[in-house]
Design a protein around this ligand. Structure first.
Ligand code: ADP
Length: 218
């Protein structure tokens, strides 16, 4: 019994196939990196897998889905919005509750965002916004994490910290990645797409960065 399974999945946009007859099985506990050229279909596949996941998986979408006028604290709190009654959420919106701040601060600390806790998301850099979206996902406390290039704007040093935080906080992880070295280091299995087809599917420890070169040749 697989946790996520696609059978002959085909996705088309305006008659153009984006994913072509793709079959894939993912077991609980796997750490998957989806790699391939821009336009290969990674986001489409990630979203398809996310829709398949039965539990309440955490998602960092490409556009992050932050509320720009709200603080980092409030954006992260949204990860658990549906775990509380509306009155509680409204009270916490008006005046952050100490109990919630105390739970969110350590996650922000882990991601180097502690000092930004009450800054509005719109005032953050691109990398800080990505880290806020990752913090929201970690706060959600679900066992599965989906991320669409979640560290693409984070600087190199911090990208390792963020990838590690994602990996240790979730049992199953599916990420689309543009950085091949990071993908190999933090995943257990690498799935390569080329023009909407499965072009590579290997355990990460059997791969070197050069083994992925073919995916990026047109
Ligand atoms: P990747 O994540 O690998 O860059 P995507 O899954 O985003 O690839 O896109 C695969 C292809 O599908 C691209 O050619 C892209 O232009 C097209 N595509 C993606 N989303 C849409 C959409 N909503 N409408 C039309 N075409 C789309």
């Amino acid at each position: 019994m697989f946790y996520l399974e696609l059978k002959n999945a085909t996705v088309q946009y305006n008659g153009t196939p984006v994913l072509n007859d793709l079959s894939l099985q993912i077991a609980e506990g796997e750490k998957i990196a989806l790699v391939g050229q821009s336009g290969a279909g990674k986001s489409t596949l990630l979203n398809l897998l996310y829709q398949q996941s039965e539990d309440d998986a955490a998602l960092v979408p490409q556009d992050l889905g932050l509320v720009r006028s709200l603080s980092v604290f409030h954006n992260v709190y949204m990860g658990r919005l549906n775990k509380h009654p509306t009155w509680y959420n409204i009270v916490n919106l008006i005046k952050p509750l100490k109990k919630e701040v105390d739970q969110i601060l350590p996650i922000l600390g882990q991601l180097g965002l502690e000092e930004k806790v009450f800054e509005p998301a719109r005032e953050l850099s691109g990398g800080q916004q990505q880290r806020t979206a990752v913090a929201r996902a970690i706060f959600k406390d679900s066992s599965t994490f989906f991320g669409d290039e979640p560290v693409s704007a984070v600087d190199e040093h911090q990208s390792h910290t963020v990838m590690e935080a994602i990996a240790i906080s979730h049992r199953t992880v599916v990420l689309s990645m543009h950085d091949v070295e990071l993908a190999l280091k933090y995943s257990s299995r690498v799935i390569g797409l080329k023009e909407g087809e499965l072009a590579l599917d290997e355990p990460a420890d059997r791969l070197k960065a050069a083994d992925l070169d073919d995916l990026y040749k047109s």
